[in-house]
Design a binder for this molecule. Sequence first.
Ligand code: MIG
Length: 779
Amino acid sequence: MLQDTSFAIHPGKEKQNQKALIYQDVGKVKQYKKTGNGFLFICENAQVAILFYTNSIVRIVMNPKGEPQLDKSKVVVANPEQLLIKEQIINDTIMLKTNRIKLHVQKAPFRLKVTDRRGRNLLVEGARGMAYRENGEVAVWKEMDKDDHFYGFGEKTGHLNKRGERYEMWNTDVYAPHNPETDPLYESIPYFMTLRQGKAHGVFFDNTFRTVFDLKKSDSYYTFSAEGGQLDYYILAGPEPKAVIEQYTYLTGKMPLPPKWAIGYHQSRYSYETEKEVRQLATTFIEKDIPLDVIHLDIHYMDGYRVFTFDHDKFPNPEQLIKELHDMGIRVVPIVDPGVKKDAEYKTYQEGVLKDLFCKYIEGEIFYGDVWPGTSAFPDFTDQKVRKWWGAQHTFYTDIGIEGIWNDMNEPAVFNETKTMDVTVMHRNDGEQTTHRELHNVYGFLMGKATYEGLKEQLNGKRPFLLTRAGFAGVQRYAAVWTGDNRSFWEHLQMSLPMVMNLGLSGIPFTGPDVGGFAHDTNGELIVRWTQVGAFTPYFRNHSAIGTVYQEPWQFGGKHEEIMRKYIQMRYIWMPQIYSLFHEASTKGLPVMRPLLLEFPNDKKTYNLNDQFMIGDNVMIAPILAPSVTDRAVYMPKGEWVEIETGKTYAGEQTHLIHAELDVLPIFVKRGTAIMQTEWMSNVKKSPENMSMHVFAGALNESYRFIFYDDDGETFAYENGAYLKLELEVTCSEHGVEVTVVNEQGEYDPLYKEIKLNVIGLARNQKVKINGASRINIV
Ligand code: MIG
């Protein structure tokens, strides 16, 4: 039939593709002018804005369709500072510089070279620079140095160093397989860090469309591109990897300090299905003296998967249950999905329709997708009115004592061919309507914002906890992230290390995988080794899927149970140290769990070290990650390292063979430094009455400074001074160890009234000296 229409002379697919591959270069600079902290370049084929945020952060915005739009970011929380920008023209090049960063803009054609103040190249454009395509794609080409190593990109499979990879950002529900080439996953963090010979810089591509980062096609250049929108990116000058993370989180925000209970051990299962089962679970933890802070309720607690309901046959009195558990020192975190069941008799659905809160097509029809409850509608979180409404729904939970929520399926996941909402759905976007194609990647992020803000309002000064599966850059401001549906494979335990480390380098410190593995059946040895790692992973939750073997810490009996108890308790013994690091994360954006390169950026051996990690700057963990293995090679970076289990010292800048039976996780502390620990008491009594500072003597004449931070762990009272912050210095010399209180802040009164000093490795003729005093005496 179509043969008879003009379709017969349609230009054919092949021809069209060829045409589509033509990129339009921005072209020559025709004119440029200063605009406040920035500059506007009118080029032949596009306009480019350059805007300085700090001396080390500069933003580039190329708009093919007109004047660059500078106020469209969904996530950036920083505004440009008042700065002195020096401007200089040398031949064909305009130079713009602060005291940290230099931009060299070549005029014909427009090409950008960015160096630091000493001339070290950060980003360099060569034959190609910024360009776009007829179909709306925007792209940029940058030269790749032979020594460049790449990190970040959020939640990606594969190794730590991302050179040679190609990644897409498009939040996707991937149940299986999570293979090295599985991409994309649930989170989109269009950001990376480049490390070259010890110095680092970063790029944050602030574009919510589907984006692609290609470090694979060539060894001499890389590209990043987006399906639409502007080419809007920030250059972070470093120069240390830590500085890049601080700059990135200056833009996208920092994680709020989590409640201490959220940093404890979580037990989950898809699903604990009845009140009775939950009660029994809690009691077993208490009886077995295995620490537990949270039990998660997965989708079966609801009435037919309707969010904001309980199935009262299975949970007749949730309020009572939550109170009982709370008295046992355990909190309940229920799952909340975005899909609202299409059911004319269900209040949430009624309200959503009657108040016009669901995602719709431009023609006015509600978008329906199939998820757990069957046909469902999806709240339009891009609108403030909807976010407020959704947040307010959570009084359903907070009224009965719930302080934490688990957001799942918020990519949003839909059971259909594309796995998500139609990209033509038209979002309200706070008055600036646009399609799902543009806002897909921030749907989960905005659900998180709605939920976190709602909880915060309802909890009367208590800190909320939110766990999310999907997110975008900046998600750390609202939620912890778990890495989705992994499997009970050793390979997935291995993969979780670089994944969590790269999430940490991407500004998201509070993350972790399902310990033990979600799908597939776990086994005693695997879950023991995984629990050992979990004890030091920022987010620590054991979770497993329906139909798999139960994997609570006692399910594998005798020795396995004992070892898991030991390591879950260890988490609590280390809590003062870990909590201090969370405090650092909330103030500086630095991760709790770190790849070694963050602490030793000049040591090439650390650049792709996937199976070891640091907790803070002085503790290194080298777990066993394979079955039947009890020996492994451990690379020790600079310094001397004391193995906690044996007390043996190992020389740095060498690889050693370490022995670790099933009950041992190899942990090393750097000599000349200190750690803070408390003791495990019981589930009901988690607030420490004893505090110890362990100093590892040695590393002569070097001083080590660190911060010990504590507060009530539960409220926002710390914002008004109710905290304890001690800056301590440890100096080791041939005479012994000196501990100095350098600074003390805050008025929080902990249960412990002193800090017991314990020095490890002191020689007979050496002494311990304490300088300065604090209101918490060091004895
Ligand atoms: O596809 O709520 O990743 O943790 O247990 C199933 C049931 C939907 C996916 C989550 C998983 C959770 C499960 N959910």
